[in-house]
Structures are given as structure tokens and as C-alpha cells.
Design a protein around this ligand. Structure first.
Ligand SMILES: [Ca+2]
Ligand SMILES: [Ca+2]
Length: 222
């Protein structure tokens, strides 16, 4: 009976450890990813009506694309917005500009919608990685706009550049999963004393009958 009780406990411990590993592992939800080359050009070039492309996920959200200006009336600008859902927030925003060609200053902006209040604007003229520092991070739930275009006026055409916004949304810490695992371990902690109590009620083997019972916490020779 001792062997069976020990086997049951070992099996429960094994299952609890397995559950702990599964439940305590960080939940890396696949973060939002929008790539113009795959998902299509951001159609809007109007700040007061940006293209809403989706809801940000926990983790590193990446939105990438490119703009060009090849003639006075032939250009592509990208003005998009995303939603930060209830309970989430933005803790960092970085813009990477690459393949910058031509002599046209780039204009980028992060802004709030629907009031279009600029949180930070930049004028860029070269490749680089530009962390946005002015917004009062973390940004609370709501809609936020991001623009990539050129500064207007007389420019030497053509020009183009690729842009990539990286938007960090904190991932939730271990929550319900860890609590479930802790619950399993606490249940096991209750199982063990019951098994031990049941085992102690078993009749003593005949060879041990008549031997004095040791006091709890004491060992022979102590
Ligand atoms: Ca584009
Ligand atoms: Ca566009």
C-alpha cells in the first residue's frame, strides 16, 4: 500500500510539474505585424482620416512600408492608425528609416486620434533609428496615428524611403496560469499528509510488532 501511495504521489507531482512548466511559460502572443509589401499600401495620406490597420497585441508590434515621390503629382504617403485596447498601453515607439534616396526631407509624426494632437513630430533626411521620446509613455488605451510622408514645397525629385514603426506593448505577467499551477501544488501539499495518515493506520508488519514507536521528529540514536 505504501508503494501504491508513493506511486500516486509521484504521478501527481509529475503532472503538477508538467502543468507548472506549461502554465508558467511566458505567453508570447504573436504581436501585430503589418507589412505593406504583403498586406497592401496604407491608402490614406490624410491625417484627419488615417487608415485604421488594427489592434495592437502584447509584445513588439511591427508596422512597415515605404513612401515615394517621383513627380509633383505622383507620390505615396502613408498615414495610419492603430488601436490600443483596454488594459494595454504603449511603452515605447521607435521609427527606423532605411533606403533613403533623394533630397526630400521626410516628415513623420505620432499623434492621437480623433483630435489629431501631435505627440511628437520629426523631420528626417537620412537612414537611421529614431526613438520617439516626447510622448508621455506609457500611452493609455485609445487610437494613435503614425505618418510617413515628405515635407511639401519645392523639392528635388525623385525621393523615397522605407519606414518601420516598432511599437512596444508590455506583455502581461504570469496571471491565471501561474495561479492555477500554484493551486495544483497546494492541492498536492494537502494530498501528501492524507496519504501519510492513511499509511500510518496500516497494521505494523509482524516483524516490527512490539517495537516502541519513535516520537515525531526524533531519530534513532539522537
Ligand atoms: Ca506606402
Ligand atoms: Ca500610401
Amino acid at each position: 500500500m505504501h508503494e501504491r501511495a508513493d506511486a500516486n504521489i509521484l504521478e501527481l507531482v509529475r503532472l503538477a510539474l508538467l502543468a507548472s512548466v506549461l502554465l508558467l511559460s511566458p505567453l508570447h502572443a504573436s504581436a501585430f505585424d503589418y507589412d505593406e509589401s504583403v498586406d497592401g499600401d496604407i491608402l490614406s495620406n490624410t491625417e484627419d482620416n488615417p487608415t485604421l490597420i488594427g489592434v495592437l497585441d502584447p509584445g513588439l508590434n511591427v508596422i512597415s512600408g515605404g513612401v515615394f515621390w517621383t513627380a509633383p503629382a505622383v507620390f505615396d504617403g502613408d498615414k495610419l492608425s492603430v488601436t490600443v485596447p483596454p488594459g494595454a498601453q504603449i511603452e515605447a515607439i521607435t521609427l527606423e528609416v532605411s533606403n533613403y534616396l533623394g533630397n526630400i526631407p521626410a516628415s513623420t509624426k505620432v499623434f492621437e486620434t480623433p483630435d489629431y494632437q501631435a505627440l511628437e513630430s520629426r523631420i528626417l533626411s537620412a537612414d537611421g533609428i529614431y526613438p520617439f521620446t516626447a510622448p508621455p509613455f506609457p500611452l493609455p488605451p485609445g487610437d494613435y496615428g503614425f505618418t510617413a510622408t515628405f515635407v511639401g514645397g519645392e523639392q528635388e525629385l525623385p525621393g523615397s524611403y522605407d519606414w518601420e514603426w516598432t511599437i512596444q506593448v508590455p506583455e502581461p505577467g504570469p496571471g491565471a496560469g501561474s495561479l492555477a499551477a500554484v493551486g495544483i501544488l497546494l492541492a498536492l501539499a494537502r494530498v501528501r499528509p492524507r496519504s501519510a495518515t492513511r499509511a500510518s493506520c496500516d497494521p505494523k508488519p509482524a516483524a516490527l510488532a512490539g517495537f516502541p514507536t519513535l516520537a515525531p521528529g526524533r531519530r534513532r540514536g539522537v
